[in-house]
Write a protein of this length. Structure first.
Length: 199
């Protein structure tokens, strides 16, 4: 550390003569030649930034678990349940509770799609010609196939396809209401199909 050099007697006399002829700009106590002025604001040293530490992490570790929401499409049961009731409400309630006996039935269980579609079309059109109103279409619940790919496979191809056929021509003009059958008539492996009257 460098030592401060003190003024000699001659230098001090000279300084005091010069200081006596000056006029202070600020109303402070006069500054002595042997002292250094104190800084009003000490030098500001910005605080050191905290050192960033890289921790072990895995991409997506903070993301919520959404495995239960992978199947975004509603089930066939939910889709049919949400459809508006077009037929008579009292008849619909009795039909859903299994209190009405179907006037005709067809069993598509075991058929391929190419076999089942024409069979179903012929059955429903002929049932309407005979004046039937409530018929039972049995599809079976289907077997769960191998699911090795990224796209999940639905269980029961016919069970999922039949409601779509019933909405499309020519069956869309014949069918008034479709609901899942009561347990006594096959449950989720069969459908009640309520037909429109012949005009």
């Amino acid at each position: 550390m460098r030592r401060r050099r003190l003024l000699s007697a001659e230098d001090r006399d000279l300084w005091e003569k010069v200081a006596a002829t000056t006029q202070a700009m600020h109303r402070h106590a006069p500054i002595s030649a042997e002292t250094e002025p104190e800084l009003a604001h000490p030098p500001h040293h910005p605080p050191k930034k905290p050192r960033f530490e890289m921790k072990d992490f895995r991409v997506g570790q903070q993301a919520p678990e959404l495995a239960w929401r992978l199947d975004l499409a509603p089930s066939i049961s939910d889709q049919l349940h949400r459809q508006p009731i077009v037929m008579d409400r009292k008849t619909h309630r009795e039909m859903s509770r299994g209190k009405l006996e179907p006037e005709a039935r067809i069993d598509l269980h075991g058929m391929t799609l190419s076999q089942a579609h024409p069979e179903l079309t012929h059955f429903l059109l002929s049932a309407q010609d005979r004046g039937c109103r409530l018929v039972l279409v049995i599809t079976g619940k289907g077997k769960r196939g191998l699911d090795d790919g990224p796209i999940p496979q639905r269980q029961g191809v016919l069970r999922h396809q039949v409601p779509q056929w019933l909405r499309l021509p020519p069956l869309g003009a014949v069918v008034m209401q479709v609901t899942e059958a009561h347990l006594k008539h096959g449950g989720s492996g069969a459908y009640y199909v309520y037909l429109r009257r012949m005009r």
